[in-house]
Design a protein around this ligand. Structure first.
Ligand code: B12
Length: 323
């Protein structure tokens, strides 16, 4: 069909997902001629995305694509690739395009949409969309293709999406600490190390934990190790997550370990996790750590994996939903 992008012909199931109706309803609309439909050689119905969007508009049916006009087809393809093929290239290039054209809010909206989909894990979104997007932003800035203001807008766009995805951001969630089935709190302290102004990685860890029902005391960027220790004690937290990005070095990580070791109290045990680009090459050596456990974890997907595989002695599955 000339002039048509064959990738944009949707099945009745895809149209049903988009309009939030059962595929049989889509078939009925198609049979009655309300929704313009083509048939494949094999006799299957296909509906052009533009026709679906016009239909939705006429009927006043909201879809997740509606706010992205006039980029509905780009967004549909990008989301499809991410969800179905685990391919985030289109997400990254679409976001870069919006950034240079001055639409950073669309980036927030797209990341939010992806992060709230049940068919895509948030950890994957952080590792495969936010991280590579920000790496491209950093490269473009270094090469003079982006202004520093644009780099800041990109960070802010990603940050705002993560804040929206945080389960702890609603007023009620903020006031009511999470509790386990046995009544105990699941409390974590999360932030980025002193001297480190990068905290999107820490924010990813925060949102992942909050989505699993943890109460997170989020300390943001540039936080001294002493503060992690003090807040852990004050809140009885069972987990501390510290993010280290360049220019953070092995010396910063060693110092952080020393401070946390000094303040550790065995009657208030916790797990310690270091993450972030700088921690990836850190070799703590043969130091004894008093912590319930100490791990260096390079990504959100491996954080998920590590948390899932803990035995009951180790505090159990980090991601187990609260009772
Ligand atoms: C955004 C950004 C900034 C923003 C940060 C804003 C914010 N709110 O966070 C601002 C403008 C503040 C900034 C400042 C600087 N930046 Co900067 N920045 C970046 C940029 C573009 C993106 C970083 C980012 O947010 N990535 C997205 C997150 C999600 O990825 P991530 O941190 O890697 O996190 C993932 C994993 O590491 C892991 N993870 C991270 N934390 C944790 C924690 C836990 C517990 C776990 C389990 C996992 C985990 O999971 C995450 C998801 O996959 C990078 C470019 C790049 N290539 O990364 C440069 C970059 C890191 N910055 C750089 C530099 C040089 C600076 C400055 C020194 C610039 C300057 N001259 O002032 C300052 C440093 C200030 C300081 N003392 O920290 C360099 C570092 C080079 C180097 N090797 O030393 C980079 C690489 C850019 C470059 N190519 O030159 N920066």
């Amino acid at each position: 069909m000339q002039g048509f992008n064959s990738e944009l012909f949707l099945t009745t199931t895809e149209v049903g997902d988009l309009l939030d109706v059962h595929p049989s309803t889509v078939k009925r609309w198609s049979d009655s001629g309300e929704l313009r439909t083509k048939k494949t050689d094999g006799g299957h119905r296909r509906i052009y995305l533009r026709d679906v969007m016009s239909f939705a508009k006429e009927r006043g049916v909201p879809t997740y694509l509606t706010p992205f006009a006039p980029y509905e087809s780009h967004v549909w393809l990008a989301v499809r690739d991410a969800v179905r093929h685990d391919d985030f290239d289109r997400i990254v290039s679409l976001s870069m395009g919006w950034l240079v054209r001055g639409y950073p809010r669309r980036i927030t909206a797209l990341l939010r949409e992806l992060g709230s989909r049940p068919d895509l894990s948030l950890a994957r979104l952080c590792d495969r969309a936010i991280r590579p997007l920000m790496a491209q932003v950093g490269t473009a800035w270094r090469e003079g293709r982006l202004r520093i203001g644009e780099e800041h807008m990109a960070s802010q766009a990603a940050m705002e999406a993560l804040i929206c995805l945080s389960q702890g951001s609603g007023p009620e969630a903020m006031l009511t600490p999470s509790r386990n089935g046995d009544g105990s709190h699941r409390v974590a302290v999360v932030g980025a190390m002193e001297g480190d102004h990068h905290h999107l990685g820490a924010m990813c860890a925060r949102v992942l934990l909050e989505q699993a029902g943890w109460t997170v005391f989020y300390l943001g960027a540039d936080t001294p190790a002493e503060e992690f220790a003090a807040i852990q004690r004050a809140q009885g937290a069972s987990l501390i997550c510290v993010s280290f990005s360049p220019p953070g070095s092995a010396a910063h990580m060693r110092r952080c370990l020393d401070v946390l070791r000094e303040f550790y109290r065995s009657h208030l045990p916790y797990d310690l996790v270091f993450g972030g680009v700088s921690s990836e090459t850190f070799e703590p050596g043969r130091v004894s750590t008093p912590f319930r456990s100490f791990e260096i974890i390079p990504s959100m997907e491996s954080f998920l994996e590590w948390g899932r595989n803990r035995t009951e002695d180790q505090g159990g599955d980090l991601w187990r939903k609260l009772g």
